[in-house]
Design a protein around this ligand. Sequence first.
Ligand code: F3S
Length: 284
Amino acid sequence: MNVIMAESAGFCFGVKKAMDMVEEQIEQKGDLPIYTYGPIIHNAEVVRDLESRGVITIKDDEELKKVPKGIMIIRSHGVPKRVNDTLLDMGFKIVDATCPFVKRIHNEVSRQSAQGKKIIIVGNATHPEVEGIIGWCNSKPYVIESVDEIENIPFRQDESYCLVSQTTFNHRKFKDIVEKIAQIGYDVTVVDTICNATDERQRESREVAKRVDTMIVIGDAHSSNSKKLFEICKEECEDTHFIQTLNDLKLELPKSVRLVGITAGASTPNNIIEEVQNYVRVDF
Ligand code: F3S
């Protein structure tokens, strides 16, 4: 069977970096227990594997109070400054795996709000990345998700504003919001902080799905970016399958199928992708 693999399948740069930092800590095998502040990625297989190697996922603040002090790995989404400070005060050693693209937003909002600018964040207020960004602003920021929500911001002529975005926000929607704000004519500095990794993966997966007879999307059932990939591929290729691991793959490929495409969400580890790729290549 011929297989086309989407090159951008699997971990993005930030997630890969965070996973490498966890591996580094495991390899160093120090005396201190290793924790991650929330699941390191949205992939149950990966979290289980790390737990079997001694990495403990802290689920909430109650648990945090009870565990012995150790190394706390901050995941790629980042955390609010107060969480960072609390962890240090409690005596944890922090290993910061915040994606550098997210860290750049923290630095930007921290600097701009310290200069007195009001911060506008384009994104979902309940997403952990946005909660983290909010926590680096020196004054309460505005969070909006649509053009309609612009009217919730009480703009003033005597204020300056700085607008940033959640890294995974939709480019087109961001542009619409920025254009609308420009029309109302206040002093707004726009910093485009959208990361292209998600767009790139979606675009490439669509291209692959267009060319193949059967498409396989690998991702965790709870991962929204994987589900989105499935929808996109299904639009282009009727015979699209969504699986978490090779065990879920129940393909009965008719003889007419010559070309299979594979893509994977941002939280799918390479070993699972390779397993599926080898299986399809050899067994059909
Ligand atoms: Fe970073 Fe972009 Fe991934 S912001 S965590 S590289 S999606």
